[in-house]
Write a protein that binds this ligand. Sequence first.
Ligand code: IDC
Length: 491
Amino acid sequence: MRLLSRATRRGLVAATAAGALALGLAAALPAVNAMAAAGCSVTYTVNQWQGGFTANITIKNLGDAINGWTLGFNFTDSGQKVTQGWSATYAQSGAAVTAASMSYNAALATGASASIGFNGSWTTANPNPVGFALNGVTCTGSPMPTTGGPSPSTRPSGSPSASPRPSSSPSASPSQPTGQTPVAINGQLRVCGVNLCNQYNRPIQLRGMSTHGLQWFANCYNDASLNALASDWLADLLRISMYVQEQGYETNPSGFTNQVNNLVEEATERGLYALIDFHTLTPGDPMYNLERAKTFFAAVSARHASKNNVIYEITNEPNGVSWSTIKSYAEQVIPVIRANDPDAVVIVGTRAWSSLGVSEGGNATEVINNKVNAANVMYAFHFYAASHQANYRSELERAAASLPMFVTEFGTVTYTGGGAVDQSSSTAWFDLMDRLKISYANWTYSDANEGSAAFRPGTCAGGNYAGTANLTESGNFVRNRIRTADNFPTS
Ligand code: IDC
């Protein structure tokens, strides 16, 4: 059984002078035990560049459990503006900013943390904001009574007790999932030889599901569906498929970036690996989206740099272009990610809809002889079992002897995404991937009206994802394979 609970253990709180004072006050007041306790600590980390920055904030509730919160703080440079936030609703008036909880992170038990963040702009300098307060109570890093004594929230915002904790403080690290989740067991992944290896340097296979296009099926990705993926499907991986065209990212870059970021947080809370898919498809030349890719990956890699469960898939299915063009694209996008997140695994699509060139008459040799010039890189292979048969399997097996391969997308049906499940071809593919320890994500964890979808149409509106009642033939077939016991080496 995998444990879904996040760690709620309280970190060591290094008492600040103000915190010690507050504790002393509390001890001196006999009625303190009858009062609601409030308190919080805040970690604020910034990646900045000329004119812009990304801020990540971890709020830890050190008081009684709360349901619904607003974090307030003040910029010290009036030129600073929140341009795009996530995991909270932001408002700004002059230098004063508020960030209000969302439905999914409103409840904070004692000792629990919420991670939020935003992108901002600045004109002169970018010092840390001051005056962090949760529901009006200044975050000093210690609990204090909400009544009695001077109200902490009336302290001048520049007072030392109101300063954010330095990010190196031991109390500042966000709580990590514990227990037997895939991420808890395997930790930070890396490429070792032709394999994907876990923190013990042992090869592993991750099995999981891909979302459908977020622009169409956002209603399929919520607490209930992701709980089912983690605890009923026993998946290791969520691929977050963000189309760039077809009413996707290009129409609303900040909105789709937020949606991806939120799903990464949801995967993280459940101990799942998150595979961020920049879902290019038409046009097939990834260079068409090069600037968008740089902007998008700069934002998401800054946001998730400190996590150990994020994998980047920088282009879904290049087609109609040479391998050398794809390689050149990769060598321009990868450094953007590495600048923020140096150790993350990056996956590069291959020619002809990530078929290693086979669907355009080529083969894997062009990649084997001309690898992407970067470390910790894997190559994508996609198949649809009813369309792609033994010749594709043998080319994947041949390539996998020389290249680290990852099946970031596959279907049990035809390449249209529809048609009937090809049970025998799908079984042969699963057996091959298991034997070679090739990780995979199945298209799709959605209720699209097509054979590749795991759920029957209407499932997402109904909200019942666990078990088999709402599964399609493909969903049932794939779930059975994903559910088979993982074999993650731990030494
Ligand atoms: C398909 C979807 C379908 C959608 C179509 C166009 O299943 O609902 O209308 O895209 O966007 C891929 C692509 C993936 C395709 C899938 C099935 O990565 O976007 O999804 N497929 O056709 N490559 C091979 C097959």
